[in-house]
Design a protein around this ligand. Structure first.
Ligand SMILES: Cc1cc2nc3c(=O)[nH]c(=O)nc-3n(C[C@H](O)[C@H](O)[C@H](O)COP(=O)(O)OP(=O)(O)OC[C@H]3O[C@@H](n4cnc5c(N)ncnc54)[C@H](O)[C@@H]3O)c2cc1C
Length: 386
């Protein structure tokens, strides 16, 4: 195989694609916008499903190393009422391997291994159908042509416009992320409240979720239904008797607004916000459910670039499996003339599977952050193993 392949984006989709192709003896370069691996915090914990993310790691030859790093006990899930009453408390069995958790940074480092990643190579535009192949323009002024360009560049993909006019829309739910360190020693009461895995509290159009990562690190997600510009007028948009808009860069102002938004919830639950450090504003966006495009030779998309959906525990899993499957297909293509056919067949398979999950996660978000908190509990009762 001597195809010129560009992987745009070194997230989980792009790295898994490159790692599986590497395993099949075809090294490929990943072009990543971030200037270095540690340019920004790697994010929270991910549970990798046996038939999705773990299958991808198996295809990459990394399953045993994942098992050594992952936290099966992180599958524990506790749900509290807003007054602090424990409504559900699911523990994971020690031999339970369906969805063990791993820190996103650990997973990324596992995949990076021997890969050739060019950092600081943000793509700005992709032009298919030039005489020499698919042209990619980069922010550093360079441009190169390839036989196949894999757009694994996430929600705000710069590759996607070459295939589809779709852009992500706001789901109506905003999430504010904060975190706590050394929770077992610094906040033992909160450590007990959260348990070994995740703890969630669902109220009217609001939720607070805390998830344990490795090393006593906890990520807390405050979620609420609100217009996109909710922070510009807290009185009008959120019914919080505060005249001025909220400066999202002012951590103390964000903390105080969140405490007002979740007013009346049990004190230990609100302590998650009182002790949180930085606050990161993340309005949730999604692409249209069942997003597809007319196939364009030489360009395709993976992961969030193809099917951004609400974060209900499946996006990273799909991104990884797609990366692994496309790499296997490309490696197995009998000759250069077959590359396009295998990519097109892969797209059909990806669209069908991702479309199904997009429906599930879109409906799931409606129930998790909803006017009726009983809906969230009912959803967990449907999906948690008894
Ligand atoms: C709060 C939250 C919690 C989540 N929890 C889970 C979970 O528990 N389980 C799960 O399965 N999923 C989860 N997800 C979803 C998951 O994070 C995504 O679906 C997953 O990261 C998608 O991987 P990706 O590689 O497609 O995109 P990304 O992870 O976004 O990676 C894209 C990469 O491309 C790079 N890039 C962007 N633009 C360019 C460019 N122009 N040129 C070059 N490089 C570029 C970016 O820097 C990045 O490295 C969660 C999401 C959120 C927001």
């Amino acid at each position: 195989m001597r195809h010129r392949i560009a992987v745009i984006g070194g997230g989980l989709a792009g790295l898994t694609f490159a790692r599986v192709l590497h395993r099949h003896g075809h090294p490929v370069t990943v072009l990543e916008r971030d200037p270095s691996p540690d340019a920004r915090p790697p994010g929270g914990t991910l549970d990798l499903h046996e038939k999705l993310g773990q299958l991808a790691l198996d295809k990459a030859g990394l399953l045993a190393r994942f098992q050594a790093l992952s936290r099966p006990e992180g599958q524990a899930m506790r749900i509290l009422a807003t007054d602090g009453t424990v409504l559900r408390d699911w523990q994971s069995r020690p031999d339970e391997s369906a969805n063990p958790e791993i820190d996103r940074g650990q997973l990324r480092d596992l995949l990076l291994g021997p890969l050739d990643v060019q950092w600081g190579r943000g793509a700005t535009e992709v032009v298919p159908g030039t005489r020499d192949g698919v042209l990619v323009r980069f922010a550093d002024g360079r441009q190169e042509t390839f036989d196949l360009v894999i757009g694994a560049d996430g929600a705000w993909s710069r590759v996607r416009p070459a295939l589809s006019p779709a852009t992500p829309h706001y789901t109506g739910v905003t999430l504010i992320e904060t975190s706590l360190d050394d929770v077992d020693t610094r906040h033992p009461g909160l450590a007990r409240l959260i348990g070994d895995g995740s703890m969630a509290v669902y109220g009217v159009n609001r939720a607070l979720v805390a998830q344990r990562n490795s090393g006593g690190h906890v990520k807390v997600y405050a979620q609420f239904r609100a217009p996109l510009d909710w922070h510009t007028d807290l009185d009008r948009h959120m019914g919080l008797n505060r005249r001025a808009g909220l400066d999202l860069a002012d951590a103390e102002a964000v903390r105080s607004s969140l405490l007002a938004l979740f007013d009346g919830w049990a004190a230990p639950v609100l302590d998650l916000l009182r002790h949180g450090t930085a606050f990161v504003h993340r309005p949730l966006y999604a692409l249209p459910v069942s997003h597809t495009w007319a196939h364009v030779p030489g360009v395709t998309l993976l992961g969030d670039a193809a099917h951004l959906m609400p974060p209900l525990g499946v996006g990273a899993n799909l991104a990884m499996l797609e990366g692994a499957e496309l790499a296997e297909s490309v490696a197995a293509a009998p000759g250069p003339g077959d590359l396009d056919e295998v990519v097109h067949a892969f797209e059909e398979q990806m669209w069908a599977r991702a479309g199904g999950w997009a429906k599930i996660t879109t409906a799931g978000l409606e129930r998790l952050v909803s006017p009726d908190p009983a809906e969230a509990l009912a959803l967990f009762d449907e999906v948690q193993p008894s």
